[in-house]
Design a binder for this molecule. Structure first.
Ligand code: NAD
Length: 501
């Protein structure tokens, strides 16, 4: 069986940890390859490589750093099909969806190509006699990214392009469930001219993560994953003196007001609910139907859901692929059983789906529940699968109360034709990302991405301006240059008073 390696110092490196983990082809259920799991010493080797590469990379002119990213972007654009197929083969998502993830990731690379402009500081002339002030932002050193399985290209690209462009070096710990895409990216960065050691990949699990969070040479940690791990990463990294941003799970609500465009709302609910088999942090998992639109809306969602084509991600006819592992598929199916037992109405039941020729694949058909109440586990928990639940309420206020009581606050959406209601929603809702007649309001790369409440621990969102801020620290320089040939500028003797202008 093919065994992957780590990427350290500009080349593949087997590590000495000895432990490995199986990587599956979710469409067939077979083991496709093994991935090494780094131990503490392996992590140390990767961090050493990044630390040693830092001084030279930090001193590389900013325009030259940007040029490496331009070159990487060209290579990735030319070969994006390979990257998308690598994602699909281990994650299971359909190739067209994986191409979308690659495109959104490359938008962050394009943003980071503008780093000479983004790193411009401020300057104030003559703040006092002969005295000027300027501010600069400088890189931190070794930065770390720890990323989830569901976006093996895009989520790392929320981090490393900005970190590297700012002059940092980077150690990526991708999900051990779909690790291959990161190796392609590492090779292409080397091909683009990135110096050895600036970008490293260590594969691993909890052991590798703990080694990174406690390593004295790591300066900053960006994490994306489930809420319990995000909280613990935030606490451990902060306790070890590191700058940290830890993005967690979600339970995204889509509020549909009675005046909404029915077809638009139904299309959006199905696309955002079942795209990528619901394994998106910005997936819609709860539709809150307000008033008399509920009946027609559930009918419209049901019709569309029943028509979805489920199959292997590599089949161009497939609209939805399998789930990432058998364990995850069974966990999601368990939630569907629990919803039925709790008394919710299962309008579309995907549990018995079989995909011909792929009987051992990790498939689960889309499931739609109506009549869901907030006490049910299918409402409370992040399921992270193709399960969409509909909660019926009578008023706008009841809908927004549900949102404010929810512990997660990643993305929310409202569907309406009433601009006043949309504006009120946008201003009042407690969430980091808001869609108005848009179900997956993922910000563009030049804005920043992040949730509120238990969807993000820390105060800085990823990429965009907040990403540049996260990966740099500020310095303010006050300088005085007097021309002693001017009589009034001659030294006047010591003055022990506090300097004022
Ligand atoms: P996960 O929390 O299981 O894993 C994320 C990362 O943490 C992986 O690299 C994994 O190896 C590591 N990890 C796992 N267990 C660990 C432990 N006990 N200690 C230390 N590290 C550990 O998440 P996942 O299943 O890979 O991804 C799905 C989750 O990620 C969902 O909850 C989803 O909402 C969330 N997510 C959030 C966002 C966001 O922007 N907020 C984006 C994508 C995914």
């Amino acid at each position: 069986m093919h065994e992957l390696q780590h990427w350290v110092g500009g080349k593949e490196w087997p590590g000495a940890g000895g432990r490995t983990s199986e990587v599956f082809d979710p469409a067939t259920g077979s083991v496709a390859r093994a991935v090494p799991l780094a131990d503490t010493a392996d992590v140390g080797v990767a961090v050493d490589s990044a630390r040693e590469a830092f001084p030279e990379w930090r001193d590389t002119p900013v325009g030259r750093r940007a040029r490496v990213l331009f070159a990487f972007r060209e290579i990735a654009e030319r070969n994006k099909g390979d990257l998308a197929r690598a994602v699909s083969a281990e994650h299971g998502k359909v190739v067209s969806d994986a191409l979308g993830e690659v495109a959104r990731g490359l938008e962050v690379v394009e943003f980071a190509c503008g780093i000479p402009h983004l790193l411009k500081g401020g300057y104030s002339e003559q703040v006092s006699t002969d005295t000027d002030v300027h501010s600069i932002r400088q890189p931190l050193g070794v930065c770390v990214g720890i990323t989830p399985f569901n976006f093996p290209v895009m989520v790392p690209m929320w981090m490393w392009p900005v970190a590297i462009a700012c002059g940092n070096t980077f150690v990526l710990k991708p999900s051990e469930r779909d690790p291959s895409a990161s190796m392609l990216v590492a090779q292409w960065l080397a091909d683009a001219g990135l110096p050895d050691g600036v970008f490293n990949v260590v594969h691993g699990d909890k052991t590798a993560v703990e080694a990174l969070l406690t390593h004295p040479d790591v300066r900053a940690v960006s994490f994306v994953g489930s809420t319990p791990i995000a909280r613990s990463v935030y606490e451990t990294a902060a306790a070890n003196g590191k700058r940290v941003q830890a993005l967690g799970g979600a339970k995204n609500h889509m509020v549909v007001l009675p005046d909404a465009e029915l077809d638009v709302a139904a299309d959006a609910a199905v696309s955002a609910g079942y795209g990528s088999a619901g394994e998106r942090c910005m997936a819609i998992s709860v539709v809150v139907a307000v008033g008399n639109i509920a009946g027609p809306l559930v009918d419209a969602i049901r019709t569309r859901t029943e028509a979805l084509v489920i199959g292997p991600g590599t089949d161009p006819a497939s609209e939805m692929g399998p789930l990432v592992t058998a364990v995850h598929r069974d966990r999601v199916a368990g939630y569907v059983d629990a919803g039925v037992s709790a008394g919710a109405s299962l309008v579309v039941d995907g549990r018995s789906l079989e995909v011909a020729g792929h009987e051992d694949g990790f498939f689960l058909g889309p499931c739609l529940f109506d009549g869901v109440t907030p006490d049910m586990s299918i409402y409370r928990d992040e399921i992270f699968g193709p399960v969409l639940v509909v909660v019926r309420v009578d008023t706008y206020d009841e809908a927004t109360r549900l949102l404010s009581e929810n512990p997660y606050a990643n993305g929310v959406a409202i569907f309406t034709r009433d601009g006043g209601a949309a504006r009120r929603f946008e201003r009042e809702v407690d969430a980091g990302m808001v869609g108005v007649n848009v179900a997956i309001p993922v910000p563009m790369a030049y804005y920043s991405f992040g949730g509120w409440k238990q969807s993000l621990f820390g105060d800085t969102h990823v990429h965009g301006p907040e990403g540049v801020h996260f990966y740099t620290r500020g310095k303010v320089v006050t300088s005085r240059w007097a021309d002693p040939s001017i009589a009034s500028r001659k030294p006047g003797g010591p003055d022990l008073g506090f300097p004022t202008t």
